[in-house]
Ligand binder design. Structure first.
Ligand code: FES
Length: 212
């Protein structure tokens, strides 16, 4: 069955992206993980039907695809809010007050850890180390990193998201207004960020440019 037939309910750009991803790998099954992100972008989360489509595209069984999707926490199998707030609570962040950051974010958004707000604006989760221990406590919004987030600034960040409703969230912009000490400050300034609660990568179509 052709790619277009299997994912005929996907948008035309995402069908094209799926074709490109499948062609990028000598083994079709190697495209399973990026295709799962693409399916998440298409449907807002991984539906059983989307996982079955990925299985058909890659030649894997549904059980194999579901095993991958359920092993990695960045694949969401339930509805996710527009802004996914991930608060690291592993040891470095914990020692720097991550529990207070999480509590402030839960209170500001009215969204307990592990849930999505009733209006669909926020999902809040605590996560294991996100590789920014030098900038603890660290938070991500749609996988865009903000370091050195004090509790009150975490709450202000969520207020800004609710009130400004940015189409694109960009690490450097959020860091500038809501962050503190960073792991390092010599990186190239980024104006490209995430448009959805899916990692921001060009092949997934999940990136956008910060509006000046
Ligand atoms: S412990 Fe939080 S980023 Fe490593």
């Amino acid at each position: 069955m052709s790619v277009a037939t299997v994912i005929s309910d996907w948008s035309a750009p995402n069908q094209e992206r799926a074709r490109t991803l499948l062609e990028a790998y000598p083994e079709r099954r190697s495209a399973a993980m990026p295709l799962l992100y693409l399916a998440s972008l298409e449907h807002g989360h991984l539906t059983p039907a989307a996982m079955a489509q990925v299985a058909e595209l890659t030649g894997l069984t549904s059980a194999q695809v579901q095993s991958v999707a359920s092993f990695y926490t960045m694949y969401k199998r339930d509805h996710v809010g527009r802004y996914l707030i991930s608060v690291c609570t592993s040891i470095s962040c914990f020692l720097m007050g991550a529990d207070d950051v999480l509590e402030a974010i839960e209170e500001e958004t009215g969204t307990p850890d592990g849930t999505t707000s009733s209006d669909g604006t926020f999902s809040v989760e605590h996560v294991e180390c996100i590789g920014a221990c030098g900038g603890a406590p660290a938070v991500q919004v749609n996988y865009e990193l903000v370091e050195g987030v004090a509790p009150e600034r975490g709450a202000t960040l969520c207020r800004w998201l609710r009130e400004s409703s940015p189409e694109v969230v960009v690490t450097d912009e959020m860091q500038k207004y809501f962050g503190g000490v960073r792991s390092f400050d010599w990186g190239i300034t980024e104006t490209v960020g995430a448009i959805a609660p899916v990692p921001a990568f060009g092949p997934y179509g999940s990136t956008g440019e910060e509006s000046a």
